[in-house]
Design a protein around this ligand. Structure first.
Ligand code: FES
Length: 106
């Protein structure tokens, strides 16, 4: 079973089965992973779905759009591998993907 691992700021881990074609944000929300507020419902307009992608995986995700980059730049905890999870579409190729949650969302 292909899966994603979400790691909270306190190191609690949530292993979630991949559903092809759904966003990373939707995987978190549908599986009760805390810390992903997704206030805009995936419209790249709120920044409350911020995650930090494990460095080993960052290059395997689609390129960050200018719209996403602009929203990320307003995120206080932005890091080099930060992404808005609503903008990342998950496929089985991402089996084992590790993402960390920031301490706070915007
Ligand atoms: S859910 Fe609002 S930017 Fe991702």
């Amino acid at each position: 079973m292909a899966q994603i691992i979400f790691i909270e700021h306190n190191n609690d881990q949530h292993v979630v089965a991949i559903e092809q074609g759904k966003s990373l944000m939707q995987h978190a929300v549908d599986n009760g992973v805390p810390g992903i507020d997704a206030d805009c419902g995936g419209g790249c307009a709120c920044g409350t779905c911020h995650v930090i992608v494990d460095e080993a995986w960052a290059a395997q995700l689609a390129v960050v759009s200018s719209e996403e980059q602009q929203m990320l730049s307003m995120t206080p905890e932005q890091q080099q591998t930060s992404r808005l999870s609503c903008q990342v579409t998950v496929t089985d190729a991402l089996d084992g993907l590790i993402v960390r949650l920031p301490e706070f969302q915007m």
